[in-house]
Design a protein around this ligand. Structure first.
Ligand SMILES: NC(=O)c1ccc[n+]([C@@H]2O[C@H](COP(=O)([O-])OP(=O)(O)OC[C@H]3O[C@@H](n4cnc5c(N)ncnc54)[C@H](OP(=O)(O)O)[C@@H]3O)[C@@H](O)[C@H]2O)c1
Length: 289
């Protein structure tokens, strides 16, 4: 990418993802002394959240597969004055999720904030998915069933503290379905629907359930896709700031300011979107013949 392109990309990013100022006093009041569980805390947004909270004297429980990375983050969290435990688990396997839940209960009998963040995206055409049913079982396990299992199990603890459950979601679930995104969009949307179905019942339990709908974020999740290197994207630190702000605010969701325009065009422009997707894919297919 040329320097000129880099500068334009930065300007567009500042416009689309304006910087967030944290009210540190409010954040401190909300999280200090609290037990916070973060899934998918070894990289990206989850890692940034763990590091952000670590300076507020919290008790963190971090879950993911990569033990070395979780241990390295736990060391920093402790250096910053907070407590930290890790649970190593692979949410692709239901037995592993069940084991993680048991381990969680041995580590704590109180949870104030549960952040459901672990996730994986896949962008693959239908044609390239024909022999890859496992893409669907894996994304379904990780993005939908594991968080349902974890939240069902921990709801009584979160109810006892009148705590919070945070759903780290994607803007895609609020927009029209996009070609090649079936595995990711179906699993994220399933979880989002499950989450929204429970909102009233959680409210009655005095649990605050909140969702952040994120745009493209510059993490390892998007790294396999070459095209995204030049796309404007939010930085993971900025995503963590937005999530922290959502936690201390009374809002129940956060989404980019411009999403409303896309949602409106999704509603009125379904035909145009389908036509554009069709022509784009057709052109791509012709190129690859
Ligand atoms: N990046 C984006 O553009 C974007 C956009 C919208 C929403 N989001 C959402 O943001 C959340 C965080 O994503 P990210 O961008 O920070 O991605 P990331 O950097 O790839 O981090 C994903 C986290 O999930 C964990 N994870 C992945 N597979 C797992 C498994 N099988 N079992 C347990 N943990 C697993 C990873 O740890 P291990 O590999 O160590 O297990 C890692 O800690 C996801 O829910 C994602 O859907 C991301």
């Amino acid at each position: 990418m040329t320097n000129k392109n880099k500068v334009s990309k930065r300007i567009i990013e500042q416009f689309l993802f304006p910087s967030v100022t944290l009210n540190r006093t409010k954040l401190q009041k909300t999280v200090t002394g609290k037990t916070i569980v973060i899934t998918g805390a070894s990289y990206g947004i989850g890692e940034q959240l763990a590091l952000l909270f670590s300076t507020y004297n919290v008790k963190l429980i971090l879950i993911a597969r990569t033990a070395e990375k979780l241990n390295a983050i736990a060391d920093i969290v402790k250096e910053n004055g907070s407590l930290c435990n890790i649970i190593v688990a692979d949410f692709y396997q239901e037995t592993e999720t069940e084991r993680a839940i048991k381990e969680l209960f041995t580590l704590t009998d109180t949870i104030d904030i549960f952040i459901s963040n672990a996730g994986k995206s896949i962008m693959r055409s239908l044609e390239n998915s024909l022999t890859r049913y496992h893409d669907f079982t894996r994304t379904n396990s990780l993005n939908y069933l594991a968080p349902v299992n974890l939240i069902l199990a921990t709801t009584p603890l979160i109810k006892a503290t009148k705590g919070q459950i945070i759903n780290i979601s994607a803007i895609n679930v609020l927009l029209l379905p996009a070609p090649k995104w079936a595995a990711y969009q179906a699993s994220k949307t399933a979880f989002d629907q499950w989450f929204r179905c429970n909102l009233t019942e959680w409210k009655i339990m005095k649990i605050q359930a909140k969702t952040i709908y994120l745009p493209l974020v510059n993490t390892k999740m998007i790294a396999p896709n070459e095209k995204y290197k030049n796309f404007p994207a939010m930085q993971p630190e900025q995503a963590a700031f937005r999530i922290a702000k959502l936690i201390y605010s009374s809002k129940s969701y956060d989404k980019p300011w411009w999403l409303l325009f896309l949602q409106t065009s999704s509603f009125f422009g379904k035909y145009i979107w389908e036509k554009i997707s069709f022509l784009y894919l057709k052109k791509q297919n012709e190129k690859s013949i």
